[in-house]
Design a protein around this ligand. Structure first.
Ligand SMILES: [Zn+2]
Length: 405
């Protein structure tokens, strides 16, 4: 429709965390934001949108906030003549995964993806869109400030305000002036929040520091693309080498992780530097035993698992397994097996903080941006949403119309 109204449709995400997709349309321009996969426990059927995944294309673009699977997992199903935009970091990470294992993003044509640059506005039809560098457990996660005439929409993507880049993010959003509509993630509104979910990354770093000082041999389990957390480990190892123990300690990863580090160092060098990494090979075993180490444990890698078993068996008092991911992933499969192994010997340490904004920070954020209207996605329906000022309830498939003047 070609009038002065802004229309917002939540296709998916009004009552689930994974697989959000939101349309914003204005004066005949239609964009969609994010097109990911539901979480494994979310049994929703495949999302088909006429004009986006089937039928004649009617969307002008799809914009992706970051590389997590629940935001990009189904982009291969988008009609091939619709432009797809994401940050260069996300594009490189998806390319690396495709190259590493042909099952990952098998249906995604990398060449069709246009790169967004944080801070650089683009125009798509009647909409002006500025990507803003955010703070999340995915590096270079973007918020989008979308201008429809004088009407301003802020789509947060996934974000938090207890990470290292909280101040940078807040100072960016404070420059916008009024926000007529805030479309925000609300993961922690519906997930039971624990105190540790809002630990700052600095606090996490202090706990990791204590742990690696107390344990000569540290295995770590964390997401390969949580660069923020890898930086915590890298910082601790650098500090250990510099300040405390001249004999040092190895920081051991595998070739794939090293290639991901190189993307981070190339794309955001001011945020990420992993100076002391070493890739694991058998000939390191003796040196690692002498000096000590922090080693990424890749679940499913037989050599890594054998080392964990060996150290837990032969020198349990000097060994620990640091689990640094969402606790829900620990309940099944290989991660359950490995963490149980360490837990049974009292050598499991859980050191983590959420990538998602806490309830209180979200309440404050609504005030910070003075949002006149608030739509929550990326959350299960909960009455906690009502605690947000100016909240508008929406259902999947529903369109809400906003006057722009
Ligand atoms: Zn995410």
């Amino acid at each position: 429709m070609n009038d002065e109204k802004v229309r917002v449709t939540v296709y998916r995400g009004s009552n689930q965390i994974g697989g959000c997709c939101t349309e914003i349309s204005y004066k005949g321009t239609r964009i969609a934001i994010d097109f990911g996969s539901p979480l494994p426990e979310e049994n929703t059927k495949e999302l088909n949108i006429t004009g986006l995944t089937c039928g004649q294309s009617a969307f002008d673009a799809v914009l992706l906030t970051h590389y997590h699977g629940d935001h990009v997992g189904e982009i291969g199903r988008i009609n091939t003549d619709i432009p797809v935009y994401m940050g260069g970091f996300a594009k490189d990470v998806i390319t690396a995964y495709k190259n590493h294992n042909h099952h990952f993003f098998a249906d995604v044509d990398i060449d069709r993806i246009d790169e967004l640059v944080a801070g650089t506005e683009i125009t798509i039809g009647s909409l002006q869109i500025t990507p803003i560098l955010s703070d999340h457990s995915a590096a270079e996660s973007l918020m989008f400030l979308i201008k429809a005439g004088g009407f301003q929409i802020l789509h947060t993507g996934d974000f938090r305000l207890h990470g290292r880049y909280r101040e940078e993010l807040l100072s960016n959003v404070e420059k916008f002036g009024k926000v007529d509509l805030l479309i925000t993630e609300g993961t922690t509104l519906s997930r039971k929040e624990k105190d540790k979910d809002n630990y700052t990354e600095e606090h996490v770093e202090n706990m990791v520091w204590d742990c690696i000082c107390e344990n000569k041999y540290c295995f770590i389990i964390l997401s390969s693309t949580n660069f923020e957390r890898f930086q915590v480990f890298s910082n601790c190892i650098d500090k250990y080498r510099k300040d405390k123990r001249p004999s040092g300690k190895y920081f051991v990863v595998d070739d794939f992780q090293k290639s991901l580090f190189e993307i981070a160092e190339k794309r955001l060098p001011e945020r990420y530097q992993f100076k002391t990494k070493t890739t694991y090979a058998k000939n390191l075993d003796e040196g690692m035993a002498n000096k000590g180490f922090v080693m990424l444990l890749r679940a499913g890698n037989a050599a890594h698992e054998a080392l964990l078993r060996k150290y837990l068996e032969e020198c349990p008092s000097k060994t620990c397994l640091i689990y640094s991911m969402w606790s829900g992933y620990m309940n099944n499969g290989k991660l359950k097996e490995l963490t149980s192994l360490a837990h049974d010997k009292n050598r499991l340490r859980i050191i983590h903080s959420s990538g998602h904004v806490t309830k209180q920070d979200l309440i404050d954020f609504v005030d910070t941006v003075a949002a006149k209207n608030v739509i929550v996605i990326h959350a299960e329906k909960t009455k906690e949403m009502e605690s947000l000022k100016n909240h508008i309830s929406i259902e999947d498939g529903e369109t809400i119309v906003f006057e722009t003047c």
